[in-house]
Design a protein around this ligand. Structure first.
Ligand SMILES: Nc1nc2c(c(=O)[nH]1)N[C@H]1C(S)=C(S)[C@@H](COP(=O)(O)OP(=O)(O)OC[C@H]3O[C@@H](n4cnc5c(N)ncnc54)[C@H](O)[C@@H]3O)O[C@H]1N2
Ligand code: MOO
Length: 419
């Protein structure tokens, strides 16, 4: 039937699905346009957040000439008369006379006038208590600015803060960092057929997404508390609208699962319409997961919030997560759209016509190869639990063995999928 006839008959009018790669960039750009406001956080509370400004050194690094060994700071030729001692943490007086030395500790400031530092184990004492020895040809201290000069940019804005970044910022003299906060997320699970405990039976399946999606969302940097996960939400339009409204009061992003199609109890689209949401993406030419969507709502206060509609089939929901939610969250945090790594296909992967095919693969990181896994139906999670990510097979193409393809990684942690 024509579009007009479909609309007149009350059927949903399908907008053309977005190209997968374009949908990814579009939601990232829309996220960046709504980037979360900058906040200053104590250093120790910034792990996993995002630098809102470039990280620059506040002083030279090191900030003063620093002895890199325990030994003797000497002036001129030896033997040297001992005139004092300098420990780390103080400003020593200058060495003013040739033939003198101060004992110096690793990390201590090298006195002005020092011509060499002699290692303790390469020195000796004369009977009249002078120090003798041959300093090494290479300097035994670090010069100011050797690592970085005051004001030098070390990391760009948009960098994900990790423990190494926190340590670097501390060494540069920061007490707080300007960061983008963790996006607040909520999850609404739709589907009256879902069980939240016990084995599936008699037409009812276990809700596999309510317990797992929050953990995935945290790995993309979200804050989501147990009370932010609601479901199953009753399969009526008013219940959907009320649940969305409540979740949107606090969250930057509300993810929903199920109800993305136009079946008798699929209420997501009518609920979004009732809330005045506008689609950023409404269906994507990707298999599995094509009914995925992202919608944007702008509050009276001008604050922008998002609803990501993930299809109910569990693997399709994860495809939507990596395709739309991950790029959106990168944008909201002020991060770049992650470049996709590539791997060499070890086995053939079929194309999916004019749709992009996201095919679950296990990566052999040593060999740089991607291996398709089994049990990859859109209703299945068995393949996902043994995979590292999705190989991307472009529309119109097929995955030939030996070809290099992009891979969308799952946000796994070090040690996961280790065996
Ligand atoms: N007439 C058509 N029907 C369907 C089509 C189509 O093109 N024409 N596409 C199918 C595809 S593909 C998908 S994907 C699903 C998407 O549907 P919804 O997002 O509306 O999801 P539901 O109908 O609510 O559920 C689909 C499926 O997934 C199970 N489910 C839902 N939530 C969960 C959960 N939290 N944990 C585990 N399993 C869940 C649900 O029981 C259904 O089996 O539409 C197809 N239909
Ligand atoms: O979008 Mo559905 O993914 O093929 O199960």
């Amino acid at each position: 039937m024509s579009t007009e006839t479909a609309a007149a008959a009350g059927h949903a009018v399908a907008s053309p699905p977005a190209d997968w790669a374009q949908a990814r960039s579009r939601v990232h750009a829309v996220g960046l346009a709504a980037v979360l406001p900058v906040t200053a956080r104590p250093l120790a509370e910034t792990d996993g957040l995002t630098l809102a400004e470039p990280l620059t050194t506040r002083t030279d690094l090191p900030a003063f000439p620093t002895s890199s060994v325990d030994g003797w700071a000497v002036r001129g030729a030896g033997p040297w008369r001992v005139v004092g001692r300098v420990l780390a943490g103080s400003t020593p007086p200058a060495l003013t006379e040739d033939g003198t030395t101060v004992e110096i500790a690793t990390g201590a400031m090298v006195p002005e006038g020092t011509t060499a530092v002699l290692r303790i184990e390469e020195s000796d004492r004369t009977p009249d208590d002078r120090v003798v020895g041959t300093p090494r040809g290479t300097p035994e201290w670090r010069q100011p600015g050797e690592e970085a000069y005051a004001g030098e940019q070390l990391l760009p804005a948009g960098t994900a803060v990790d423990p190494a970044v926190i340590g670097l910022a501390a060494s540069c003299g920061y007490d707080t960092l300007p960061v983008r906060p963790a996006p607040r997320a909520a999850l609404l699970v739709f589907g009256d057929e879902l069980l939240t405990s016990g084995p599936p039976a008699a037409g009812r399946v276990r809700d596999a997404l309510g317990p797992s999606l929050p953990a995935w969302l945290r790995r993309y940097g979200c804050e989501i508390r147990p009370s932010d996960v609601i479901g199953p939400v009753e399969d009526t339009l008013p219940a959907h609208v009320a649940a969305l409204r409540k979740a949107l009061a606090d969250a930057d992003l509300v993810c929903t699962t199920g109800g993305t199609m136009h079946g008798p109890v699929d209420h997501l689209h009518p609920a979004l319409e009732e809330l005045g949401a506008e689609y950023v993406v409404n269906t994507v030419a990707v298999r599995p997961g094509f009914p995925m969507l992202l919608a944007r709502l702008t509050g009276a206060d001008g604050r922008v919030r998002f609803v990501a509609g993930l299809p109910g089939n569990p693997q399709s929901a994860i495809v939507a997560l990596v395709s739309l939610v991950a790029p959106l969250l990168a944008g909201l945090q002020g991060r770049q759209l992650p470049e996709l790594p590539h791997a060499t296909l070890a086995e053939p992967v079929p194309g999916r016509g004019d749709h992009t095919h996201l095919a679950l693969v296990r990566l052999d990181r040593v060999a740089g190869t991607a291996h398709p896994v089994r049990h990859v139906g859109s209703a299945m999670l068995r393949g996902l639990a043994g995979a590292d990510g999705f190989a991307v097979i472009s529309p119109g193409g097929t995955g030939e063995p030996g070809s290099r393809v992009p891979v969308v990684p799952l946000p796994l942690r070090s040690g996961e999928r280790a065996s």
